[in-house]
Ligand binder design. Structure first.
Ligand code: GLC
Length: 479
């Protein structure tokens, strides 16, 4: 049995701010239970404590001394759907309302990474592989290999580092490396820990992990170019032989039109009726005109520059000139929120903006819309398009990262495909492909229905990708 420890700052069902939490929840469950014993470590945040305290089991107490950091922590454990979660309790750092966004975030990350190692020592638990996710846990391989290397069981651990989004790197003053992570200066001098004249957690993870993965094949290629590389393209190129793109899946039980708590459940046999009823329900719920023939577009997204919100802001007037309705659900940068508020005000009954996040409403949107818009500037993998396809909602995406790998575009001649896509990042190209989609929707319903069926039968589970991760674990740990 190989022991794998997932180290992340968030995971469903406990805490989520982004797609990272979906993956860290779904992937461990998809790995072969007869071959891998997977545990997940998380900070014990306020929200988790308030909801799950009674189901947590106290395991032990640790001291975390690391440079100027002098903290204590309790370790708890809790089993959810067959996976053991280890949680690190330190109220100074984690008993707060939000997950990120504090002035001392870097100290919270440093504390967390060192605490994970102290926890392993205290529990005498040494995984074969530490699989760390995103920059928050990216210094774990370096801590194991450079600072705790005198302990054989730690030195022998292998490391996989997964990049979920290269934009967020954790760039800080170099002093962090010595003052709070207590690294030897020589590893800064030799370049291992150095990035320009500062410290960059993401770069440290990329350089020191045994293997690096990211969440789609196309993104793995894109990030080796200056356009998508966020100044780390050369570093990623340097590690190209150890860099793998493995596309994400979603949890099939969490997102299942057959069993979901939506207005009307459906499957491949009654999808047309199901879609129509859910569409009428969401139109009623959000105050849209109850028009079964309007093409209903949904966008469920963080409203950041990454997600292409500005393209929709630029072309919604043109879209709404047709028999089209639009629902936007999400929060983010105020300029986009402002634009979508105006969209709603000027188009009552045809366009709605729900500013906030609401999981139940998101499910109703996936179930009720005809099309999901995801015109991202870049997209490591993307989760919404996978969910949408499962609900027979055709994604209209930009051809980048995981969107390109998962949304096969409609082919006029063969009727193949499960959505629509465009290349150059601008509203004109978006509109051009939308016009094609609109024609199919209004003039060729049988083609549209074929696409819905293709989308619903596409395997969006983690089954295939879990096998790819397993083969990487097996490459690192022979036995
Ligand atoms: C990040 C990426 C998204 C990806 C998710 C999970 O949120 O932006 O594309 O699907 O991580 O890997």
């Amino acid at each position: 049995m190989k022991k794998i420890l997932f180290a992340s700052f968030e995971s469903l069902p406990f805490i989520k701010t982004g797609g990272l939490a979906d993956v860290v929840y779904a992937l461990p469950k998809a790995l072969d239970k007869n071959k891998y014993e997977v545990r997940v470590v998380l900070p014990l945040f306020k929200a988790i404590k308030e909801k799950y305290y009674d189901s947590l089991k106290y395991l032990d107490h640790i001291y975390v001394h690391s440079g100027y950091l002098n903290e204590e922590a309790n370790i708890y454990s809790c089993v959810n759907e067959g996976i053991e979660y280890l949680m690190i309790e330190n109220d100074n750092f984690f008993y707060r309302d939000a997950v990120y966004g504090y002035n001392d975030d870097v100290l919270r990350f440093c504390f967390y990474n060192v605490a994970i190692l102290e926890m392993m020592i205290k529990l005498d638990y040494y995984p074969d592989v530490i699989h760390s996710h995103d920059y928050h846990t990216a210094v774990l391989p370096a801590l194991c290999k450079l600072r705790y290397c005198a302990i054989e069981s730690i030195r022998n651990i292998k490391h996989i580092f997964t990049i979920h989004n290269l934009v967020y790197q954790g760039i800080y003053d170099k002093q962090i490396l010595f003052d709070y992570l207590a690294f030897d200066y020589k590893y800064y001098e030799d370049g291992t820990l150095r990035f320009n004249d500062s410290c960059n957690f993401m770069k440290i993870g990329i350089i020191t992990a045994d293997l690096v993965t990211t969440v789609s094949k196309t993104y793995a290629k894109e990030i080796q170019t200056p356009q998508y590389g966020e100044n780390l393209d050369m570093i990623l190129k340097y590690r190209q032989n150890d860099l793998y793109g493995i596309v994400n899946g979603i949890d099939e039980n969490l997102f299942n039109p057959k069993t979901d708590k939506i207005y009307c459940n459906y499957n491949l046999r009654n999808y047309l009726k199901g879609k129509a009823e859910n569409k009428a329900a969401i139109q009623r719920e959000l105050g849209l005109i109850e028009d079964p023939d309007a093409l209903l577009i949904g966008m469920v997204s963080r409203l950041t520059f990454q997600k292409g919100a500005e393209l929709l802001a630029n072309c919604y007037s043109e879209l709404l000139r047709k028999r089209v309705q639009i629902i936007v659900l999400g929060t983010g940068e105020s300029k986009y929120e402002y634009a979508f508020r105006i969209m709603e005000n000027e188009n009552r009954g045809k366009a709605v903006f729900y500013c906030g996040y609401n999981e139940a409403l998101a499910h109703s949107i996936y179930a009720g819309c005809d099309m999901l818009l995801m015109p991202s500037l870049f997209e490591p993998c993307g989760i919404s398009q996978l969910i949408a396809m499962r609900y027979g909602t055709l994604p209209l995406v930009r051809e980048t990262g995981g969107l390109k790998d998962t949304v096969e575009p409609y082919n006029w001649y063969t009727k193949q495909g499960r959505g629509f896509s465009f290349g150059p990042y601008n509203a004109y190209d978006l509109m051009k492909v939308f016009d094609i989609a609109y024609d199919v929707y209004t003039q060729k319903p049988s083609d549209w229905h074929a696409l819905m069926r293709n989308a619903m039968s596409y395997d969006v589970s983690f089954k295939v990708s879990a096998k790819e991760y397993e083969s990487l674990y097996d490459r690192l740990v022979k036995c």
